[in-house]
Design a protein around this ligand. Structure first.
Ligand SMILES: [Zn+2]
Length: 170
């Protein structure tokens, strides 16, 4: 832990009863990052570049639950809540770099997915990308896809995600 880093010490929202773990009432499962990295690599072996889309789809499904939980808040508060929750559940240290009606930029330090994957020649945090696509769909005024433009797995100091406007069909 670096000086000044926030340390999450709150544990009261987490319960484990009869094999059912919940965080603030929503069911979660703890999975080692190595499990997900092995899953990711085996899907990549089968599907190559299309593997990332499979993982992003998973991220979008989980992200939809997270975004729905913040549906009553305005866009900045919804984004801030997702950043905070991401850190609390161990997905890395999220920071909202930019949020406008047309653009969302998020950086994530300490991505567990990049760390468990190991050195790579391509960005690997597709699960996080999928979650952020759901957030983008919720807070932006226009359709957008999310691109991971820097990844710790490729040697960057942090992972960075930026929206790109989705081209309207001609
Ligand atoms: Zn990454």
């Amino acid at each position: 832990v670096a000086p000044g880093d926030p340390v999450i010490e709150e544990r009261h929202g987490i319960q484990s009863i009869s094999g059912r773990l919940s965080v603030n009432g929503a069911r979660f499962v703890l999975i080692r990052p190595e499990t997900l990295a092995a899953l990711q690599k085996s899907v990549e072996a089968l599907l190559a570049d299309r593997a990332g889309e499979c993982l992003a789809a998973g991220g979008r499904a989980g992200g939809a639950r997270a975004v729905a939980a913040a549906a009553h808040e305005d866009a900045p508060a919804r984004a801030a809540r997702l950043m905070r929750t991401g850190g609390e559940i161990g997905w890395g240290d999220f920071a909202l770099e930019r949020l406008t009606p047309s653009a969302l930029v998020v950086t994530v330090r300490n991505s567990p997915f990049a760390e468990a994957y190991g050195a790579a020649d391509h960005p690997v945090c597709h699960l996080t990308r999928g979650v952020l696509e759901t957030l983008a769909a919720s807070v932006l005024a226009q359709p957008a896809t999310v691109v991971e433009t820097a990844c710790a797995a490729t040697g960057a100091p942090a992972c960075r995600f930026e929206t790109r406007p989705t081209a309207e069909p001609a």
